[in-house]
Design a protein around this ligand. Structure first.
Ligand SMILES: [Zn+2]
Length: 336
């Protein structure tokens, strides 16, 4: 495949620091942070002969782009021959202290440059896998590319926490551009607030992102509060779970409180009591229950499907029912 350079380039400061023609097609993009809010030219000046470092592109604080090593060549950027043989490396102007934030113009140009790199190199979809081992072991299929970061190869914070925490968003924005649509953060995840119960005999894995690394597992029956949804995944506060293994048990928690009025409360109260109005009971009360029903102290109400009277053991006893039971007892004792 013939390699080209980006038409987005504003200035050129070629560095002699490279290994000549790359030995692997371009299927990775590695953004770095410069640790300084430099111009494109200033980044280009950072890689003279003898400096033993370089990158394919630099993006200044204002979004201007410097070409430093031709895309055809392997740059010296990521402390990894294996990575840089297949990656386009991009040094981006950033703050000089943690979290090494990029200016908006620089970040926006990074998105545009990544889209352009993909389009010229046959990449239709970029991936971000937030896990070093998985990402580095992933072999992109035809038409796929993958983002990598410097911190996976060297004891560095590069590209800085600001950019690292936006790698997923960068990937989403680049893919939106490749699909010819504009990036809409609201499509990336929906804010929700409801409770759901885990319905999975073997428990439900909680992951660092949808389809990501397993952090922990929730036991079957656990009650989760879901606060965000994204492509069939729900955020629990601790991580992401697949929503196909949970059952929603209450709708929007916040709104439910707002909507609560007397009529609604009565409805719920009656619903709750309905559940209690059956013959479910504990073993400890067996003798007492048998005595109370055989003597007629407790009469029950209606008939269960199996023909037994419904004693509603777990339901509430009213004052009226209380005095009736007392009265029956007093009659039994010959006192009333
Ligand atoms: Zn770096």
């Amino acid at each position: 495949m013939g390699y080209t350079n980006s038409p987005l380039v504003d200035c050129v400061k070629m560095s002699p620091n490279h290994s000549g023609k790359r030995t692997h097609r371009i299927d990775r993009i590695t953004p770095h942070c410069v640790v300084g809010q430099c111009s494109a030219e200033r980044i280009g000046d950072c890689f003279p002969a003898g400096r033993e470092a370089s990158c394919n592109y630099g993006i200044g604080y204002d979004g201007r782009v410097c070409l430093i090593v031709d895309e055809a060549n392997r740059s010296w950027c990521t402390s990894s021959n294996a990575n840089d043989q297949r990656a386009i490396t991009i040094e981006c102007a950033s703050d000089s202290t943690h979290p090494y934030a990029f200016k908006d113009a620089c970040y926006k140009k990074l998105v545009k440059l990544c889209i352009d790199i993909c389009q010229r190199n046959g990449i239709k979809k970029m991936l971000w896998i937030n896990n070093k081992e998985k990402a580095l072991n992933y072999e992109p299929k035809a038409g796929e590319g993958i983002f990598t970061v410097h911190r996976w190869y060297a004891n560095k914070s590069c590209p800085g926490d600001w950019m690292y925490n936006r790698m997923g968003q960068l990937c989403d924005e680049v893919n939106a551009g490749l699909n010819g649509c504009s990036y809409n953060p609201s499509e990336q995840g929906t804010v929700v607030n409801y409770q759901a119960k885990v319905i999975a005999d073997d428990g439900l894995n909680c992951r660092d992102e949808p389809n990501g690394t397993i952090l922990m597992a929730y036991p079957n029956g656990a009650i989760l509060t879901i606060t965000q949804e994204k492509n069939g995944w729900g955020f629990t506060g601790a991580g992401w779970v697949s929503l196909q293994w949970v059952e929603k048990i209450s709708d929007n928690i916040m709104q439910e409180d707002d909507d609560m009025d007397l009529a609604k409360f009565k409805e719920f109260w009656n619903q709750m009591r309905k559940e209690l109005q059956d013959n479910d009971s504990s073993a400890y009360s067996k003798a007492a229950r048998e005595w109370a029903t055989s003597t007629g102290l407790i009469a029950g109400n209606g008939t269960q499907i199996n023909g037994e009277p419904n004693y509603m053991w777990a339901d509430i006893l009213t004052r009226e029912q209380f005095v009736t039971v007392l009265y029956r007892f007093a009659q039994m004792m010959g006192k009333a």
